[in-house]
Design a protein around this ligand. Structure first.
Ligand SMILES: Cc1cc2nc3c(=O)[nH]c(=O)nc-3n(C[C@H](O)[C@H](O)[C@H](O)COP(=O)(O)OP(=O)(O)OC[C@H]3O[C@@H](n4cnc5c(N)ncnc54)[C@H](O)[C@@H]3O)c2cc1C
Length: 382
């Protein structure tokens, strides 16, 4: 049933970044909001670096964070490109701030609070009552909830998207990303001297690696306590990807394997390839990283984001390739525009009709940009 309150109500499926962006903004606009996250655990071990973009800073500002006093990331100074032999191909001053998935998640998670954040609850089905302007979510535990709006913020394999637009599926891009985090103080000496503090890159045939410093454990930004974050893109035919996606317990994963889960033979393979493809500082850092993890690179930009009172946003709607460094800021932009549209339009349906076209266009523009960059880096540059 809908709540007895006269306030509009939203059910958000997925309690990661897109879900928390939307939930925090709607809460502050006076909505009743419930977030349902499938994972029974806190998500803060997901790790990984993220380039801090203005939409994310704006989102913190609007959710009550005093951004002048929030330390949101670690600064890098130069962008340095290394040749495979370790010599420098180019170096230019391009300061930017890198943050981490964990930092954004933990700040927004505590801003939202626990009362309306439900862990271990997976959406399995939904039903709309178009006459009443409501939507009912059904969950794996047999429970159901009804509200004025349902937001699918449930990621690249979105159940909400699959239920409404089953043909909109991510396509494998033909390459994957091995990723890793290593404590700054555990970086091998040569790697630390050469890579530390800058945004580093290196290309080789079918291989593109980059790395930078990000906040450490519990968002620690003190020198010596941060992580070095690297992302190593490798061309891999689909058959190889499918083999890598079988984890160390023999379980098949859909598109990613988290820290500690890849089968041991793939870690050995990764370290062996580091010897032949990477310049010395990156080679050392990859080989010294205790728990690399893997993500297939996929393309998606849905033609639709609204169906009645059901919407999708974040990765559920569009997955730009990581070269754009824009997925998180796109999720923030989707949520900011939604909150603005709902505040300005006379009703929810009018707001959604205004919101959808620009957000679909944003997803498609980022998809094109990421495909162009990725195709060049992975299949033409070396
Ligand atoms: C290699 C790589 C590098 C990246 N680098 C960057 C970067 O530099 N900058 C950047 O902006 N972004 C980057 N990203 C992308 C970024 O991590 C995501 O775009 C961002 O976190 C937004 O994700 P999301 O919240 O939409 O989806 P997700 O983080 O996938 O969250 C979806 C959530 O929904 C939950 N869920 C799924 N199904 C259900 C269900 N049925 N019921 C309930 N809950 C459900 C899941 O458990 C999950 O918690 C990178 C990604 C990759 C792969």
């Amino acid at each position: 049933m809908t709540t007895a309150s006269s306030r509009p109500s939203a059910l958000i499926i997925g309690g990661s970044l897109a879900g928390l962006f939307t939930g925090n903004l709607l809460l502050r606009s006076g909505w009743d909001v419930e977030i349902f996250e499938r994972s029974p655990h806190d998500l803060d071990s997901r790790g990984g670096g993220i380039v801090l973009q203005p939409d994310v800073v704006e989102l913190f500002r609007r959710t009550g964070g005093d951004v002048r006093h929030l330390n949101l990331g670690v600064e890098s100074r130069y962008r340095t490109v290394f040749r495979p032999d370790g010599s420098i191909q180019s170096k230019h001053f391009a300061p930017q701030t890198q943050t981490s998935w964990s930092l954004i998640y933990s700040l927004l998670r505590s801003a939202f609070g626990d009362e309306h954040y439900h862990q271990g609850v997976a959406l399995t089905d939904l039903e709309q009552d178009h006459a009443a302007g409501t939507v009912t979510a059904r969950f794996a535990d047999g429970s159901s909830r009804t509200a004025d709006l349902l937001v699918g913020a449930d990621g690249g394999n979105s159940t909400v998207r699959t239920l409404i637009w089953p043909k909109a599926k991510p396509d494998y891009a033909g390459y994957l990303a091995w990723r890793g985090l290593i404590l700054e103080e555990a970086m091998p000496t040569v790697a630390r001297a050469i890579l530390h503090g800058d945004f580093g890159f290196a290309n080789n045939r079918g291989s593109h690696i980059l790395g930078y410093l990000v906040p450490g454990i519990d968002n620690d930004m003190r020198p010596g306590h941060r992580f070095y974050n690297w992302v190593w893109y490798r061309v891999a035919p689909d058959a190889l990807l499918q083999e890598i996606l079988v984890d160390r317990d023999g379980q098949r994963r859909i598109a990613a394997i988290p820290e500690g889960r890849p089968a041991e033979k793939w870690i050995a393979y990764l370290r062996q390839d580091a010897d032949s493809l990477l310049p010395a500082p990156f080679r050392e850092v990859v080989k010294a990283t205790p728990h690399p993890f893997m993500q297939a690179i996929r393309d998606l930009a849905s033609d639709h984001m609204v169906d009645g009172r059901v919407i999708v946003l974040g990765d559920a709607a569009a997955i730009p390739r990581p070269h754009t460094a824009a997925s998180t800021s796109k999720a923030a932009a989707n949520a900011l525009a939604l909150a603005d549209a709902l505040e300005r339009a006379p009703g929810i349906d009018q707001a959604l009709a205004r919101w959808e076209p620009e957000q679909v266009a944003l997803g498609k523009a980022l998809l094109r940009q990421g495909m162009q960059t990725g195709t060049y880096l992975m299949f033409h540059a070396s």
